[in-house]
Design a binder for this molecule. Structure first.
Ligand SMILES: O=C(CO)COP(=O)(O)O
Length: 243
C-alpha cells in the first residue's frame, strides 16, 4: 500500500532549525515512503534538494495580483515546493476559508502543477452532535474539484478537536471515518477515488503512530507538533516504515 507522511510545521521554524532538518534528511536518504515537510514559506527555498519533499501550507487562489502578503501556487512551485496543503482547519478558522475557497486554491495549485493535500475534519461540537460524516460529506463535495485524480490529491482527515490537544478518536472511529471517506471518493471518482491517498492527522505521536498507520484506508499521517523536532518525528516515520 502507498505510504506517505507529512510534517506540517505551521508558523514555526527559522534558519536556526535548518541544521537539524538536514541532519534528519540525512537519516532518510532513501525512504520507502513519501516523506515531506511543509515549513513556513520563508524556508521552502532553503530546504529543497534532499529526499525529503517540501510542501507549502497554503496558497492564494489567484495566479498573481494585488494581494499584499499572499503567495501564489506558482511562486511556491518556483521556490521548490511540490505540494501544498489546502483547507487546513486553522486556515478555515483564522482566515474564514470556505469550501469554495479551498476548491479554488486546489485548482490554482493544479494549474501550477503542484499536488494538493486537502484537509477535512469536524469540530468538537459537530463530533459530539454525531454530525461527523455529514460534515465530511459536505466538505468533500464542495472543496474537492472535479479534476481530482489519484496523482494530484491526498485527503487528510483531521478532526479539529484532535489537533494539538493530545486527544484522538478511537482506532475504530478513525477506521470507520477513513472507510467512509474512501467510499465517498470511490462513488464520485471511481478507480481514482480508490487510489487517492488518505492521511490521518491530529495528535499523532510516537506512542500512537503505529496503531493508526496499520488501519485500513490509512496511508499515513499529517503531523503537526511532533514534526518539529527530529527526536519526535523520527520514531513516527519509523512507525510508518514498519506499518
Ligand atoms: O494540524 C495538524 C497537522 O496539520 C496536527 O497537528 P498536531 O499533530 O500538532 O495535533
Amino acid at each position: 500500500m502507498y505510504k506517505m507522511i507529512v510534517g506540517n510545521w505551521k508558523m514555526n521554524g527559522t534558519s536556526a532549525d535548518l541544521e537539524e532538518f538536514f541532519d534528519f534528511a540525512n537519516d532518510w536518504l532513501n525512504p520507502m515512503f513519501d516523506l515531506m515537510i511543509c515549513p513556513p514559506a520563508t524556508l521552502i527555498g532553503r530546504m529543497t534538494g534532499t529526499s525529503v519533499m517540501i510542501g507549502a501550507q497554503d496558497c492564494h487562489a489567484d495566479v498573481k495580483g494585488a494581494h499584499t502578503g499572499d503567495i501564489s501556487a506558482e511562486m511556491l512551485a518556483d521556490a521548490g515546493a511540490t505540494h501544498v496543503i489546502v483547507g487546513h482547519s486553522e486556515r478555515r478558522t483564522d482566515h474564514a476559508e470556505t469550501n469554495a475557497m479551498v476548491a479554488a486554491k486546489t485548482n490554482a495549485a493544479w494549474n501550477a502543477e503542484m499536488k494538493v493535500i486537502l484537509c477535512i475534519g469536524e469540530t468538537e461540537a459537530q463530533y459530539r452532535a454525531g454530525e461527523t460524516l455529514d460534515v465530511l460529506r459536505t466538505q468533500m463535495a464542495e472543496s474537492i474539484p472535479d479534476g481530482a485524480m489519484k496523482t494530484n490529491i491526498t485527503i487528510a482527515y483531521e478532526p479539529v478537536w484532535a489537533i494539538g490537544t493530545g486527544l484522538t478518536p478511537t482506532l475504530q472511529e478513525i477506521a470507520d471515518v477513513h472507510a467512509f471517506i474512501r467510499e465517498t471518493l470511490v462513488a464520485r471518482f471511481g478507480d481514482a477515488g480508490a487510489a487517492m491517498p488518505l492521511l490521518y492527522g491530529g495528535s499523532v505521536k510516537a506512542s500512537n503512530a503505529r496503531d493508526i498507520f496499520v488501519l485500513p484506508n490509512v496511508n499515513g499521517g499529517l503531523v503537526g507538533g511532533a514534526s518539529l523536532r527530529k527526536a519526535d518525528f523520527t520514531p513516527i516515520c519509523s512507525a510508518l516504515e514498519q506499518a
